[in-house]
Design a protein around this ligand. Structure first.
Ligand code: GAR
Length: 210
């Protein structure tokens, strides 16, 4: 059975694009954005996918907006909900409703640098290895069980932009991989931990060396 995926995004949508183009055993049943102008919605429409804009600025209250959002997501009966640059904190009620079928990508090697401006902060700290993480979402912001990570060496002449670009390349590699494992029934969140079947754990870390 094909895995039904709903994508939530707020902007550019390059991770969504990487997933959409990766020939995975999934059906993207809806792409939903809290920002009506998100480029990711345009791309969804161009691919003939269902694209939904739910403008959060029209709703004063986070709980009320998230409840509406959760109803919209549920309407598409997803097996998996993929956060692909969804730049709003989700309420705990939303997260509980999709527990175990909610994935996020974050541009750092979590638990380092949760939150925003990860590349700037990585450079300011002078760390030598940066990267990105796919994890199950829990109520603890950017701290859910880790599925897969890719490491990217920091160069002496890196700017936030050059570092972000190299990390993004790896994001486009590890997110489709995580979605594939989930769709194939080889990835689950169990008792608060990641369970990767078929001895896939060795494949859940990448190092680019560049
Ligand atoms: C990506 O770098 C993603 O990791 C990050 O936003 C960018 C979205 O780019 N997500 C977060 O920071 C979530 N905390 P995209 O729209 O091109 O996929």
């Amino acid at each position: 059975m094909t895995c039904r995926v709903v994508v939530l995004l707020s902007g550019r949508g390059s991770n969504f694009q990487a997933i959409a183009e990766a020939s995975l055993p999934i059906e993207i049943v809806a792409v939903i954005s809290n920002r009506p102008q998100a480029a990711g919605l345009e791309y969804a429409r161009a691919r003939g996918l269902t694209a939904v804009a739910l403008d959060h600025t029209q709703h004063a209250d986070r709980e009320a907006f998230d409840s509406l959002l959760a109803d919209e997501v549920e309407r598409h009966q997803p097996d998996l909900v993929v956060l692909a640059g969804y730049m709003r904190i989700l309420s705990s009620a939303f997260i509980a409703r999709f527990d175990g079928r909610l994935l996020n990508i974050h541009p750092s090697l979590l638990p380092m640098f949760p939150g925003l401006k990860t590349h700037e902060r990585a450079l300011a700290e002078g760390i030598k290895i940066h990267g990105c993480t796919v994890h199950f979402v829990t109520a603890d912001l950017d701290h859910g069980p880790i599925v897969i990570q890719a490491a990217v060496p920091v160069r002496a002449d890196d700017t936030p932009a050059t570092l972000a670009a190299r990390v993004l390349q790896q994001e486009h590699r590890i997110y489709p991989q995580a979605v594939r494992w989930y769709a194939e029934g080889r990835l689950e969140k169990k008792h608060g931990h990641v369970n990767l079947k078929d001895d896939l754990t060795s494949q859940s870390v990448f190092s680019t060396g560049t």
